[in-house]
Design a protein around this ligand. Structure first.
Ligand code: GDP
Ligand code: MG
Length: 598
């Protein structure tokens, strides 16, 4: 192929502004997929993604389009994930492109994620084609959207396209503009190989598959290749493209996007953002922008059934093949037995992994509540990283604990500034900065403790702003915090898997709330059982789980009817989702009890 006839691009947009619909329309209008095979919203192809309405893993599709100049162009559309847990992956997929369609809903205008995504694309020096979508809607107001676009830096208003991804109006203009305005890739086929891994997945037939963008040189079947960061050599067993089904080609040339299947066995070695080079050309430079992906949260995953032990081991191994951001290590709990300590990019990522273990591998899981990775300095000068509260040394030995904070750039509508400031302060955030972006939006910068934002911060943010917020996490830093470990004792035995770390000044209140919750979720026995919360060897609170009586349904719970129903449902679902410990059943709900009041 002539690189001049290649265009690599992505679509960036606020959620629901029509990214998937436009992708489908482009695929349809270029006859990439026969109508018979055209499934709705092809790009979001995992069931789970569809249900949650988000794109988790990147999907790439190559299209061919004959333009008015008579030339057939190769268009590579690279999809970007739509959740902040996956921001680094977004940046890597943008790095594989020369241009981006900036899609804005004509009835909604420029929104937080429009701006956040635009910034990411501009950081990669992408050519931006603004598209005002949904002009078929009766309340479409393209004129106002134009004005909002004008207020953003680096937008060429002459290039704005009015379109309806739904009806197809304007989509031919989008195709024409991609060809006219997005630069062809500049790579040099004669130079040594330099390619970017922007994603990877595990395929049962092909093994580890790398999604790559070739910047210089080429890759052909059978070629020996080296991964620069992980310093690993492998062979390209198959080279191909996504149509979107995987299809072999002889070679991928400079400027192209496609996949390589490999003989790589240990997938944790595959790092998104790593550079592929020719092992005979060891001086080839890395593609800039590589970052070591560090988990934000950790949790223990334990099989409910002991006999699922091996199955779980096999499953986490397979899942980590598919997802280099998911890490795991064997762990043991006195209460729950053998399981895995796992690291995740965020809570959504954790939920996805857990759901996949259950749905795809049929393993029922008990998960402990998530923790961040603390830095602990002992009185003897020793320093250690602790992401499992069970392993925190005794408080008598600790000099101080540092907690991970993250710089969060939060884009929100102006009318929500007060409430979001309050939310951030409530979450122990440290205010850094605020700037007005235009006459309806502002960007707040806060240093926020990861432990506070990991769980439901994102949801609060979305709910306060009615979905019109975006958050981008940047640098991580460690700040000294006054933290303690809370242990939960059940029937006079410590349940180690329940332990968690929290700010000292919240320990009294939470200690009380937890035992009250536990009282309701731990199944009763024929005898009464004490449940106690303990901090630094002192009992904070105690409740007694009453002994089992004949009728347990109307047990005087004073919550609302809907809440009661929800709890009843949870109890039903958790019937098997519990493990015995010292003769006591520990349901998943008990772990949620701690989360709920966080
Ligand atoms: P995404 O979240 O950006 O991927 O958005 P989707 O492509 O899933 O679209 C969100 C909703 O907007 C869906 O219900 C689409 O059918 C609808 N939609 C997308 N484009 C258009 C359009 O041009 N016109 C109209 N009327 N609806 C659209
Ligand atoms: Mg979508």
């Amino acid at each position: 192929v002539n690189p001049n006839s290649i265009r690599n691009f992505c679509i960036i947009a606020h959620i629901d502004h029509g990214k998937s619909t436009l992708a489908d329309r482009l695929i349809e209008m270029t006859n990439t997929v026969s109508e018979r095979d055209m499934k709705e919203q092809l790009l979001d192809n995992m069931d789970l993604e569809r249900e949650r309405g988000i794109t988790i893993k990147l999907q790439t599709v190559r299209m061919y389009y004959k333009a008015s100049d008579g030339i057939e162009y190769e268009l590579n559309l690279i999809d970007t994930p739509g959740h902040t847990d996956f921001n680094y992956e977004v940046s890597r997929s943008l790095a594989a492109c020369e241009g981006a369609l900036l899609l804005v809903d004509a009835t909604q205008g420029v929104q937080a994620q429009t701006i956040a995504n635009l910034k990411l694309a501009q950081e990669q020096n992408l050519t931006i084609i603004p598209v005002i979508n949904k002009i078929d809607m009766p309340n479409a107001d393209a004129q106002s959207v134009m004005q909002e676009l004008e207020e953003l830096d680096g937008i060429n208003l002459d290039k704005v396209i009015l379109a309806s991804a739904k009806s197809g109006v304007g989509v031919d203009n989008i195709l024409a503009s991609i060809i006219e305005n997005i630069p062809a890739p500049k790579g040099d086929q004669e130079k040594p190989l330099q390619a970017l891994i922007f994603d990877s997945h595990y395929d049962v037939y092909r093994g580890v598959v790398l999604h790559v963008r070739i910047f210089n040189g080429s890759i052909h079947t059978g070629m020996k290749i080296k991964m620069l960061k992980s310093d690993l050599e492998f062979e390209a067993l198959q080279v191909g493209v996504f149509l979107p089904a995987m299809k072999s080609v002889d070679a991928l040339m400079a400027g192209e996007v496609g996949f390589i299947s490999t003989n790589i066995k240990i997938v944790s070695n595959v790092k998104v953002g790593d550079t592929l080079i020719d092992p005979n050309q060891p001086d080839t430079e890395a593609v800039p922008g590589y970052k070591e992906v560090k988990p934000m949260v950790y949790a223990g995953l334990f099989p409910i059934k002991n006999e699922d032990q091996e199955k779980l081991k096999d499953a986490v191994e397979k899942l980590s093949l598919n997802d280099s951001a998911f890490i795991y290590k064997q762990e043991n709990s006195m209460a729950l037995g053998a399981g895995f300590r796992c690291g995740f990019l965020g809570i959504l990522h954790m939920e996805i992994i857990q759901e996949r273990l259950e749905r795809e591998y049929g393993i029922e899981i008990l998960s402990t509540f998530p923790s961040v990775e603390y830095r602990v300095t002992l009185k003897n000068g020793e320093m250690l990283s602790v992401n499992n509260p069970m392993l925190l040394p005794s408080f008598e030995k600790i000099a101080y604990i540092e907690e991970p904070f993250i710089d969060a750039a939060i884009i929100i509508p102006m009318e929500n500034i007060g409430e979001i400031m309050e939310l951030c302060q409530e979450k122990r955030g440290i205010y850094v900065d605020m700037v007005y972006l235009n006459n309806k939006m502002a960007e707040l910068t806060f240093k926020l403790p990861i432990s506070e934002i990991a769980y439901n911060f994102y949801d609060s943010l979305k709910s306060i702003t009615h979905g019109y917020a975006s958050i981008d996490y940047r640098d991580r830093s460690y700040i000294v915090s006054d933290l303690v470990k809370m242990d939960i004792w059940l029937n006079d035995e410590i349940v180690d898997a329940f332990s968690f770390i929290l700010p000292r000044d919240k320990s009294f209140e939470r200690g009380k709330q937890i035992v009250q919750k536990m009282k309701h979720v731990i199944p009763r026995k024929l005898y009464p059982m004490p449940v106690q919360s303990v901090v630094e060897n002192k009992v904070i609170a105690r409740e007694d789980i009453p002994p089992l009586r004949k009728s347990v349904t109307g047990r005087g719970y004073s919550g609302s009817a809907s809440k009661k129903k929800k709890i009843a449902k949870n109890i039903k679902e958790n019937k098997i989702r519990q493990r015995k410990f010292g003769g006591v059943d520990i349901p998943q709900e008990a772990f949620h009890a701690v989360l709920d009041i966080h």
